[in-house]
Design a protein around this ligand. Structure first.
Ligand code: PAF
Length: 309
């Protein structure tokens, strides 16, 4: 394997600086993950490798973004397989820090507050989740900054000085609300990084890939297909300049007994506000994001599709 594993911020800084010099690189990409990688993550990594000279993937199961301790314990840890997948995509470095490395003094006193965009949708059923996710994304964006970084104690250390390489970070469109919030954090707090959104990867039958799919039984997996079918229906209607008729698409989901619908709506991709009036009897106009969340058996699934008409 050509890929290298580093577990501390100091090693990450040394190794990424060495690689940038060795490759005479002018760009660095970061792919933040929690591991348990699948083809969706492979696509993030592939895109980052296509666009950057040096690519770092982080694997860190972040305790701050889990509500229940049992979910944190149950989260799959598959480092060896993850390294193989990332190596096959041409990623240079895996940064897999311990919880103590990332939170040396225990849970941080000061955190990122995701604000009102995090109160709805996923945020409504997972209080505190987005504050925890954004806090670690902020830290990971700092760790992965090319030619500079954080020392073990958290102090900011600069390397290359002026003429720093370009810096990009890659997030999946599948976690649409997270993507919107990361973009807002980067814009509102002036992080010097370009956020690149990578489209959702689906299996041949339409199911969006997710680390959680492994917890679905055969029957539940079959039932879960109604989510992507309902989204596709809206996409087809938008493309055909027809009214979206969200209600009929919702009935399709509700007719599946193994699926407990949480929300299904069409929102503005930047504000996450519903575009309710645009979704009824008149043809859909403009840009929107159809979002859905449901419990299928014991597993909560989310999916979305961009609409453009
Ligand atoms: O999407 C994820 O895997 C996580 O929320 C992220 C962005 C790696 C932060 O822990």
């Amino acid at each position: 394997m050509a890929i290298k594993l580093v577990t501390t911020a100091a090693q990450l800084r040394t190794e990424s600086a060495r690689l940038l010099t060795e490759k005479q690189g002018s760009s660095q990409g970061l792919v933040p993950t929690m591991g348990a990688l699948h083809e969706g993550h492979a696509r993030l990594a592939r895109t980052a490798v296509e666009q950057n000279d040096v690519v770092v993937a982080s694997i860190f199961v972040n305790p701050l973004q889990f509500g229940e301790a049992v979910d944190l314990d149950r989260y799959p840890r598959t480092l060896e397989a993850d390294m193989e997948l990332l190596d096959a995509e041409g990623v240079d470095l895996v940064f897999a820090p311990s919880v103590e490395e990332v939170y040396p003094g225990g849970e941080p006193l000061v955190r990122v507050t995701a604000g009102r965009l995090a109160e709805k949708w996923e945020g409504a059923s997972r209080p505190g989740h987005f504050d925890g996710a954004l806090t670690v994304v902020a830290k990971l964006l700092h760790y992965g900054f090319p030619g500079a970084g954080l020392s073990g104690g958290g102090a900011f250390v600069t390397g290359a000085g002026a003429g720093l390489p370009a810096y990009r970070a890659y997030f999946g469109q599948k976690d649409a609300q997270q993507l919107t919030l990361v973009r807002r954090m980067v814009a509102d707090l002036n992080f010097p990084v370009e956020i690149v959104a990578v489209p959702t990867v689906r299996s041949a039958d339409g199911l969006a890939l997710s680390s959680r799919n492994r917890f679905l039984s055969g029957e539940e997996r079959e039932a879960a297909l109604v989510l992507s079918r309902a989204l596709r229906l809206l996409e087809e209607r938008a493309n055909a300049h027809e009214p979206l008729d969200l209600e009929s698409a919702q009935s399709l989901v509700e007719s599946q007994p193994l699926v407990g619908l949480d929300y299904f709506d069409v929102v503005d991709p930047d504000t996450l506000e519903p575009l309710a009036e645009n979704c009824k009897e008149t043809p859909f106009r403009g840009e929107g994001l159809a979002i859905i969340a449901a419990k299928v058996g014991p597993v909560r699934l989310i999916d979305n599709v961009p609409l453009n008409s």
